[in-house]
Write a protein that binds this ligand. Structure first.
Ligand code: ZN
Length: 190
């Protein structure tokens, strides 16, 4: 009798847990990241910003050391100077900035305004690109180069993602690894 009760009770709890889990596809509340996944949304959601590059050819250099106490916190996509750079997502171009390390750079916010996409070492911007422009995934925004502190013999796109703080400052945020977001979902080990 007691044992039957325990089984029934356990089954009821499991059913409730399953129901709760099913209500939210990712099993977490909206706006929160499940452990192990760096940003909201499924992997493979971002458009690869350099045409002709396959997701499986990308190298995850996010954790590569840059000096004694820093990591790269971005990925590099090698490509000849003048190769088109495409928007990885929809959103708004918030800043076109020329910096010493990054050279010609673009800061784009995602549609929800919670992430900033950072494209650096550009050779030039797409014609007529302006701050405030709305872009679509795959839209031409610039061209690969070696501006800033990039090795002139190794032009590449340096691409980073920052989760924006409450003030939504384009220059301030918490870096996230872009690499998994370019991979097809079936290649991600959960
Ligand atoms: Zn880089």
């Amino acid at each position: 009798m007691a044992r039957t009760f325990v089984y029934t009770f356990t089954a009821a709890v499991l059913a409730i847990c399953t129901a709760i889990f099913a209500m939210s596809p990712s099993g977490v509340a909206d706006g929160a990241s499940p452990p192990g996944l760096p940003v909201p949304g499924p992997p493979g959601v971002l458009h690869i910003p350099v045409p002709g590059v396959n997701a499986l050819e990308l190298r995850d250099s996010y954790e590569d050391p840059r000096g004694p106490d820093r990591v790269h916190a971005a990925i590099d996509i090698m490509a000849p100077t003048g190769t088109p750079v495409l928007a990885v997502d929809a959103g708004v171009i918030v800043k076109l900035f020329d910096s010493k390390p990054g050279g010609l750079t673009i800061y784009q916010f995602n549609p929800a305004g919670e992430l900033a996409y950072y494209y650096a070492h550009l050779d030039r911007y797409a014609d007529a690109l302006q701050e405030g422009d709305r872009v679509e995934p795959g839209q031409l925004i610039g061209y690969v180069g070696a501006s800033g502190n990039a090795d002139p013999t190794a032009p590449h796109l340096h691409f980073a993602i920052f989760r924006l703080g409450p003030e939504k400052r384009w220059w301030e945020g918490t870096p996230l690894n872009p690499y998994p977001l370019f991979q097809p979902p079936e290649t991600i080990k959960q």
